[in-house]
Write a protein that binds this ligand. Structure first.
Ligand code: UD2
Ligand code: MN
Length: 582
C-alpha cells in the first residue's frame, strides 16, 4: 500500500514536471515566433545574440530547399490579410520626415510582420487551374539601393513562402552599393540563418543603377527562368506557377505578373488590372485593357498581350532574355529600360504578356530614396536612357520624343552600335509594325490627320497651349504666345473624325465664362459628339454641338481660350495650323 502511495506521489511529480516543462516550451516557442514577426526586434537580437547562438546551442542545420519551414502566420498582428496599418498619434509624430526620406511609411512597414497574410486578389477561376509538376525552375532577382529592412525581407519571405519548393532555385539579392548599415553584414547574417541556401547576396562592385544591376544578377542566375522584382514587393498566392507554365509553352514570351498596389501610406494591399502603354515623352502609363485584347482571350485567366510594361516585375526564360540582349548596359540608374525591352521583344519576334493569375504587390513611391544623377548625360538619366531607346528602336517616330525634349536634340547618347547590331541580328520589325500590330490604339499625332502642330491666331500671335499642365485628367485649354513649333504644349492635331486633340485628350465645350464658354481637354471618346470640331475654309474653328467659335478677343498669355458666337470677319477668330496634310 505504501509503495502504491509513493508511486502515486512520484507520478504526480512527473506530471507536474511535465506540465512545467511544456509551459516552458510554449513560452520559449512563442518568444521565438514573436521574434520572427517583429522586424525591429530581429535586428536588435541578431546583433547581440549571434555569438551566443554559435557558442551555446548545437549548430543548426543549414537551411535548404528541403528543410526550410515557413514561420507560422502572425495572428492578429498589424497588416494581416493585407489590411492597412493604424498608427497612434505618437507613432505618426515624425512621419513627415520619414516620408520625405523614404517616400513610404517605413514605420507602418516595421509594424507589419515580415511574413504576412494577403487577400487572394486572383480571379476565382485561377484557383482551380492545376499545373504539371515539371515546370521550369526560377531564380528570383531583387536589386536594391537604399531599401529598408522590413520591405526587403517581406519581399523575400513572400517569394520563398509562396513558391513551390522544387520550382524556386534561388533568390538573388543584388545590393547596388546601399548606404544603409543594416543592409550589410546584418542582412548577410539574417539571410544565412533564416534562408541558408535559398538566398544569395551579391554586392555590386560599383554603383550600377538598377538596369545594370538586373543584368548583373541575371548573369549569375542558374534557374531556367529569371524573375525580376523590386525590393518592396509581396508575391501573392500561386504567383509563380502560371508564369512558369506560360514560359514552358512559349519561351519567347516575357511575362509580367499583375502588379497589385501596396499603399505607401499604410501598407494596405489592393488588387488592380490594366495593361501598359506609353506617352510620346517616353514615360510609361497604364491603360485599360483594349476591347480587342479582351475579345482575343479564350478565357479570362489566360495571359494577354500588353504593348509595354512598367519595368519592375518581369519574368523571362533566362537564355532567351540574354539572346535578345538583356538590358542596355549603357543605360544609367533608372528609367527607359522598360520601354526599351518592351519595344524590342515585340519587334524581334517575341511577346510581352500579363499573367492575370500571377499577382504581386508593389509599394508605389512618389520619389526615390537614392541619388538619381548618373555620370553621363549631365545627370538626366531618364532623358539620356530614352534617347538611346528612341534612337535604336523608334525610327522616325523618335521625332515625337524630341518634340517633348527639344533640349536633347544633338546631345550625346553614347555608343549604340551594339544595340543596333541586336536589331539587325534578330531581323526585327520596324517601329511602324509595332504601332500597327501591337498598339493600334496609340494615337500618332501627325498620321491620318487634317492638320497638326501649332494652332495659331496671327492677329494676336497667340497659340492654343496646355501650359504644361498634367494631361492625365481634365484641364482647361489656354493660350500663350506662339513658340514657333518648339513647344510640345502647343502641339495639337485635327483628326479626320473631327477631334481637336492632344496625345490622349480631346477638346470639348466647357463651363460658362460670362457670355462665352471655356474649353476643356478630357479623355478622348469617339462616341462623344461634344468632341467634334471643324476648321472652316473661312479660318474659324467651330465646336459642333454648340456652333461656337474659338476666339482670342481680349486674351493674354496663360488665359483660358473662349468659345464665342461665330463671326468669320473677326481677326480674333482666325486660326492656322502649323502643318496641313490634305
Ligand atoms: C519602375 C519599376 C522599376 C524600374 C523603373 C524604371 C515597377 C514596379 N518598378 O520604377 O523596376 O523598371 O520603373 O527604370 O515597375 N535600384 C537599384 N539601383 C539604383 C536605383 C534603384 O538597385 O541605382 C533598385 C531599387 O532599390 C528598387 C528597384 O531598383 O528595388 C526599382 O527602383 P524603384 O522602386 O525606385 O523604381 P520604381 O518602382 O519607381
Ligand atoms: Mn519600385
Amino acid at each position: 500500500h505504501s509503495y502504491w502511495l509513493i508511486y502515486r506521489r512520484r507520478n504526480k511529480v512527473i506530471v507536474l514536471l511535465t506540465v512545467v516543462f511544456c509551459i516552458g516550451l510554449l513560452i520559449f516557442h512563442n518568444k521565438n515566433n514573436k521574434r520572427e514577426h517583429s522586424p525591429i526586434r530581429i535586428i536588435e537580437e541578431n546583433e547581440s545574440s549571434t555569438s551566443q547562438v554559435s557558442n551555446d546551442k548545437p549548430k543548426k542545420q543549414r537551411i535548404t530547399a528541403e528543410n526550410y519551414q515557413p514561420p507560422p502566420p502572425c495572428d492578429g498582428c498589424p497588416g494581416e490579410m493585407g489590411r492597412g496599418v493604424r498608427m497612434t498619434p505618437e507613432e505618426s509624430n515624425d512621419l513627415e520626415v520619414v516620408m520625405k526620406q523614404e517616400f513610404f511609411n517605413l514605420k507602418a512597414s516595421d509594424k507589419v510582420s515580415l511574413w504576412r497574410t494577403l487577400p487572394d486578389t486572383r480571379d476565382g477561376q485561377c484557383k482551380s487551374i492545376s499545373y504539371t509538376s515539371d515546370l521550369p525552375t526560377a531564380s528570383v532577382i531583387i536589386v536594391f539601393k537604399n531599401e529598408r529592412w522590413s520591405p526587403v525581407l517581406r519581399t523575400v519571405y513572400s517569394v520563398i513562402n509562396r513558391s513551390p519548393r522544387h520550382l524556386l532555385k534561388e533568390v538573388i539579392l543584388v545590393d547596388d552599393q546601399s548606404d544603409i548599415e543594416e543592409m550589410g553584414k546584418r542582412l548577410d547574417d539574417y539571410c544565412e540563418e533564416n534562408f541558408g541556401d535559398l538566398v544569395k547576396i551579391l554586392r555590386a562592385p560599383t554603383r550600377l543603377g538598377l538596369i545594370k544591376a538586373k543584368n548583373f544578377g541575371g548573369r549569375t542566375a542558374i534557374g531556367d527562368v529569371i524573375v525580376f522584382l523590386d525590393a518592396h514587393c509581396e508575391a501573392n498566392q500561386g504567383w509563380l506557377e502560371p508564369i512558369l507554365d506560360r514560359i514552358k509553352t512559349k519561351r519567347t514570351a516575357l511575362l509580367c505578373p499583375l502588379i497589385d498596389m501596396i499603399s505607401n501610406y499604410d501598407l494596405a494591399y489592393m488588387g488592380d488590372a490594366n495593361v501598359g502603354g506609353f506617352w510620346w515623352s517616353l514615360h510609361f502609363n497604364w491603360i485599360s485593357i483594349p476591347k480587342r485584347t479582351r475579345d482575343a482571350q479564350k478565357s479570362r485567366v489566360d495571359p494577354y498581350p500588353s504593348p509595354t510594361m512598367a519595368g519592375g516585375l518581369l519574368a523571362a526564360d533566362r537564355k532567351y532574355f540574354f539572346e535578345i540582349g538583356g538590358y542596355d548596359d549603357d543605360m544609367e540608374v533608372w528609367g527607359g529600360e522598360n520601354l526599351e525591352i518592351s519595344f524590342r521583344v515585340w519587334m524581334c519576334g517575341g511577346s510581352l504578356e500579363f499573367v492575370p493569375c500571377s499577382r504581386v504587390g508593389h509599394i508605389f513611391r512618389p520619389g526615390h530614396p537614392y541619388n538619381m544623377t548618373g555620370v553621363k548625360g549631365k545627370g538626366d538619366v531618364h532623358g539620356r536612357n530614352s534617347m538611346r531607346l528612341a534612337e535604336v528602336w523608334m525610327d522616325d517616330y523618335k521625332r515625337f520624343y524630341y518634340m517633348h525634349r527639344h533640349d536633347l536634340i544633338g546631345k550625346d547618347f553614347g555608343d549604340i552600335s551594339d544595340r543596333l547590331a541586336i536589331r539587325k541580328r534578330l531581323n526585327c520589325h520596324n517601329f511602324k509594325w509595332y504601332l500597327d500590330n501591337v498598339y493600334p490604339e496609340k494615337f500618332i499625332l501627325d498620321e491620318n490627320v487634317l492638320g497638326f502642330g501649332e494652332v495659331h491666331n496671327p492677329a494676336r500671335s497667340l497659340c492654343l497651349d496646355t501650359l504644361g499642365k498634367d494631361e492625365k485628367g481634365s484641364l482647361t485649354l489656354s493660350v500663350f504666345s506662339c513658340q514657333n513649333g518648339v513647344s510640345a504644349n502647343q502641339y495639337f492635331s485635327l483628326t479626320k473624325n473631327a477631334q481637336l486633340r492632344r496625345e490622349d485628350t480631346c477638346a470639348v465645350i466647357g463651363g460658362r465664362s460670362g457670355d462665352a464658354r471655356s474649353v476643356q481637354l478630357v479623355h478622348c471618346e469617339y462616341s462623344d459628339k461634344g468632341q467634334t470640331w471643324t476648321h472652316e475654309k473661312n479660318g474659324t474653328i467651330v465646336n459642333h454641338p454648340s456652333g461656337l467659335c474659338l476666339d482670342v478677343e481680349n486674351l493674354a498669355n496663360s488665359q483660358p481660350i473662349l468659345l464665342k458666337t461665330c463671326n468669320s470677319s473677326k481677326a480674333t477668330q482666325q486660326w492656322i495650323f502649323g502643318t496641313y496634310s490634305f
